[in-house]
Ligand binder design. Structure first.
Ligand code: NAD
Length: 439
């Protein structure tokens, strides 16, 4: 890939954008053709889930300007909300000017949980299982030799007492298998291992087997990203860089102190992350569950807090960091069957799940920066409103050029109601003075 900078991309027609994208990514003819077609056919959809009656569409946009650890990425983003793609691309451009995103990923360790019930002596059971850790690890690796061959496998176990036994009832333990799942999301994979060793663990604990399933709190598989932005790049038409920086730092502190704010702060981060998770065919419910469970201890007072925080750097620039679990894969799950997901992964251009996770977290950070910058300067409504105006225009039946004309007039007036949009549409139709009229 040449560069993730494609100036004026937003001004091009959809066809021209596809052409530019194919050129930048060096896509072959078949892949380029797929972009212009429905990416999922009914037959495939029918094999993916149950009771299929159709295939649902969503816009696929491209996040521009991303540079992570010195490498450029054009990022496929699948999302229904206006301004997510533009905002992330804008923020990525600012960060790019100061060296781009610096990211690191943990080894891809997923946690598989085996619940053990009816345990009469929990302390003794814990010790007994710990003493047999090597035997359990060997049994896990024997249950999935292909994973071991790929360099993955079970790395360790952890035993946690959840409920001590009492005179009234026996206690409860949970055993965690720490499994390196390489480039898979790993849910099915680690579930298989949990099932393979559950009976032996129950025997060692002198208890009974309960649930055997992964934990979506994948906190051993985190991604950490850092970035900085020079003051000059933060400045807006109306506010200097220092004011915007201080507003962003104050907004970060607000989220650290208040879970009500942190929830919205993190939602903005997930706007970007989910869009890439969805485009690449990954399990966004799993990523969401992991992100919010992880955030539940990140607040200044130990409760729910922000995944991404911002501070003033020593030299006065703005610097930020984000950390969250990233249980995503480049193989397995739906990826092999959904042609759109395969294409999206091709665009990102990596076979390593850890690279994908680092790109996703960078997009989340960019989304957060864009939202905080807008709120810390002109207020988010101004930018949001112009995008919302387009949705309102579409909602009253505008098509073609009508959409931009109506959206511009609505945004200009500050009155973005459907009634007003309809009145403008009727006026345009009556005047018939432009080529986009479809009425
Ligand atoms: P999977 O079952 O397809 O397993 C991954 C497969 O890829 C394995 O067969 C493995 O051998 C193979 N593979 C090939 N190359 C590999 C490589 N380089 N690294 C690792 N494996 C490689 O998929 P999975 O990732 O185990 O599970 C993901 C699916 O499970 C998703 O569809 C998810 O929605 C679903 N799921 C999620 C949950 C949850 O999150 N709570 C629960 C159950 C299932």
């Amino acid at each position: 890939m040449t560069s993730s900078r494609i100036p004026g991309f937003y001004k091009l027609s959809i066809d021209e954008r596809r052409k530019q994208l194919a050129e930048h990514l060096g896509l072959d003819a078949a892949a380029a053709k797929l972009l212009a077609e429905p990416m999922l056919d009914e037959e495939t959809a029918n094999h993916m889930v149950e009771n299929v009656v159709g295939v649902y569409g969503l816009p696929l946009g491209i996040g521009l300007n991303f540079q992570v650890n010195g490498k450029d990425y054009l990022v496929p983003m699948c999302v229904e909300e206006p301004s997510v793609v533009a905002a992330a691309s804008n923020a990525a451009k600012m960060i790019r000017a100061s060296g781009g995103f610096t990211a690191e990923a943990d080894d891809p360790i997923m946690i598989s949980q085996i619940q053990l019930c009816d345990v009469r002596d929990t302390v003794h059971a814990k010790k007994r299982i710990e003493a047999h850790a090597s035997e359990i690890i060997v049994a896990c690796d024997q249950a999935y030799p292909s994973l071991v061959k790929r360099g993955g496998g079970t790395r360790g176990i952890e035993v946690r007492i959840l409920e001590e036994e009492s005179t009234h009832r026996p206690g409860m333990l949970v055993v965690h298998l720490h499994v390196d799942v390489r480039d898979a999301m790993g849910a099915n994979l680690v579930n298989t291992l949990a099932e393979a060793v559950a009976d032996r663990l129950a025997e060692l604990a002198d208890g009974t087997v309960g649930l055997r399933i992964l934990s979506n709190l994948a906190d051993r598989r985190c991604v950490r990203v850092k970035a900085r932005i020079a003051l000059a790049d933060l400045a807006t038409d109306r506010h200097d860089g220092e004011k915007v920086r201080d507003g962003i730092v104050s907004a970060s502190r607000f989220a650290e102190l208040d879970p009500y704010r942190a929830a919205t702060h993190n939602k903005g981060i997930m706007n970007g992350i989910d869009a890439v998770v969805l485009a690449t065919g990954n399990d966004w419910r799993g990523v969401e569950a992991g992100a919010h469970a992880f955030a539940s201890t990140k607040g200044a007072h130990g409760g729910y807090g922000p995944l991404c925080t911002w501070r003033v750097a020593k030299d006065g620039a703005l610097e930020g960091k984000i950390e969250l679990p990233m249980a995503v894969g480049t193989v397995g799950g739906t990826l092999k069957v959904h042609p759109g997901a395969r294409l999206a992964l091709k665009m990102i251009g990596t076979e390593r799940a850890s690279d994908l996770g680092m790109v996703m977290a960078s997009v989340g950070m960019a989304s957060n920066l864009a939202a905080l910058r807008a709120m810390a300067s002109d207020g988010i409504q101004r930018g949001h409103m112009s995008m919302h105006a387009r949705t309102v225009a579409l909602g009253v039946g505008a098509t073609g050029e009508q959409v931009d004309l109506i959206a511009a007039e609505l945004a200009e007036s500050g009155d973005v109601r459907a009634e007003r949009a309809l009145a403008i549409l009727q006026r345009l139709r009556a005047s018939g003075g432009f080529s986009g009229i479809q009425a």
